[in-house]
Design a binder for this molecule. Structure first.
Ligand code: NAD
Ligand code: TYD
Length: 357
């Protein structure tokens, strides 16, 4: 039985992970600590609120005394660290928050966990799983081999630089203090509960409300898409079989151009949704000014986790996109409140438009 602290568990991947973990291991104790920033949504965890083995704590990972209380008071043996500022476009507009949460927050969490682990005489079964991104490796040219665990770091955005900084700290805590840390670097996730600002939910929602679909640059940037449930299964495997001090790349083997993702979403919505405001949806596609420093291509070589730990992705991109479109179609009551004044202000600033149009 584990006693797990999930940071950022009210966000997209964190909440999917809580659903996976609480469903798979009902005897484990799960504590979520989440600051509930604009990206955090306690409703994502409603299914577990009130359950005996689940506790939600609103709090910041930069708050050392809160972390000390939680780690000691709950006798935590496992941290799964998702909490982060996670959106590249926001990191270009407001980088300071990324340094604070991603670097200072991860450092604070590592220090708190190190003290806690020492106070319990360094048990073998303790784990600090740091959930990171393939973006730390930078950008690939069209024919370059996919990122593997030994690819040098070359982050290009304030987001990826702050995640790279946190990865380096986590690595250093293993090498310096023997703290049992593991790092995972995953490709772009998609699926239920993803905040509207990211590519796939943004396109789904804009189609449903009849707003233009802003595609950056020529639309030929490539991402390697992974269904979020497959990512959660990979983290589970890493927790049970992964070795401290190791890093594991996780990816879907699904390299797709952004424009092809957007066109597929349009076709799925045209097929599945009734009474769309604009039809066919592809009429909404608008090419807009490119993101500064936009990485051209990401691709993950996940043979290490596949060969050493026996994980592989199970959801095809065709099936995953279909399921995701159906989820956003059926969960208007989840996403409508997220199109808040804060979101509209971000949208106007990022896309340099007068309204969400
Ligand atoms: P998200 O933005 O949806 O969720 C982040 C969560 O962290 C939110 O609930 C937010 O309230 C919380 N949070 C932010 N600052 C905090 C703080 N200071 N203290 C406590 N909680 C705080 O992000 P996501 O997409 O779910 O990503 C989760 C993690 O996975 C991140 O570390 C991200 O770098 C990594 N990752 C994401 C992807 C992806 O495609 N989304 C891919 C690979 C890795
Ligand atoms: P995003 O979901 O922000 O993830 P990341 O930048 O971390 O890969 O974006 C995925 C891709 O989609 C990326 O190449 C940028 C592009 N994109 C658009 O073309 N338009 C948009 O409005 C957004 C949000 C992203």
């Amino acid at each position: 039985m584990r006693r797990v602290l999930v940071t950022g568990g009210a966000g997209f991947i964190g909440s999917n992970f809580v659903h996976h973990w609480c469903g798979s291991y009902p005897d484990d104790r799960v504590i979520v600590v989440d600051a509930l920033t604009y990206a955090g949504n306690r409703n994502n965890l409603a299914a577990w609120e009130g359950k005996e083995n689940f506790r939600f704590v609103k709090g910041d990972i930069c708050d050392r005394s809160l972390l000390d209380d939680l780690l000691g008071g709950e006798n935590i043996d496992t941290i799964v660290h998702f909490a982060a500022e996670s959106h590249v476009d926001r990191s270009i507009l407001t980088p300071g928050a990324f340094i604070q949460t991603n670097v200072v927050g991860t450092f604070t969490l590592l220090e708190a966990f190190r003290q806690h682990w020492l106070s319990r005489n360094q048990p073998d079964n303790y784990r600090f799983l740091h959930v990171s991104t393939d973006e730390v490796y930078g950008s690939l040219s069209a024919d370059a081999p996919a990122f593997c665990e030994t690819t040098p770091y070359a982050p290009n955005s304030p987001y990826s630089a702050s995640k790279a900084g946190s990865d380096h700290l986590v690595r250093a805590y293993y090498h310096t203090y023997n703290l049992p840390t593991i790092i995972t670097n995953c490709s772009n996730n998609y699926g239920p509960y993803q905040f509207p600002e990211k590519l796939i939910p943004l396109m789904c929602i804009n189609i449903l409300i009849g707003k233009s679909l802003p595609v950056y640059g020529d639309g030929c940037n490539i991402r390697d898409w992974l269904y979020v449930g497959d990512h959660c299964r990979a983290l589970d495997v890493v927790l049970s079989k992964g070795l401290p001090g190791e890093n594991y790349n996780i990816g879907g083997n699904n390299e797709v151009k952004n424009i092809d993702i957007v066109r597929t979403l349009c076709d799925l919505m045209d097929e599945l949704a009734e009474n769309l405001p604009v039809s066919p949806s592809q009429n909404l596609i608008t090419f807009v000014t490119d993101r500064p420093g936009h990485d051209r291509r990401y691709a993950i070589n996940s043979s290490k986790i596949q060969n050493q730990l026996g994980w592989s992705p199970s959801v095809t991109i065709t099936e995953g996109l279909r399921q995701t479109v159906i989820w956003y179609l059926n969960h208007r009551q989840w996403w409508e409140p997220l199109l808040s004044e804060e979101y509209q202000a971000y949208y106007r600033q990022n896309y340099r438009v007068a309204t969400l149009s």
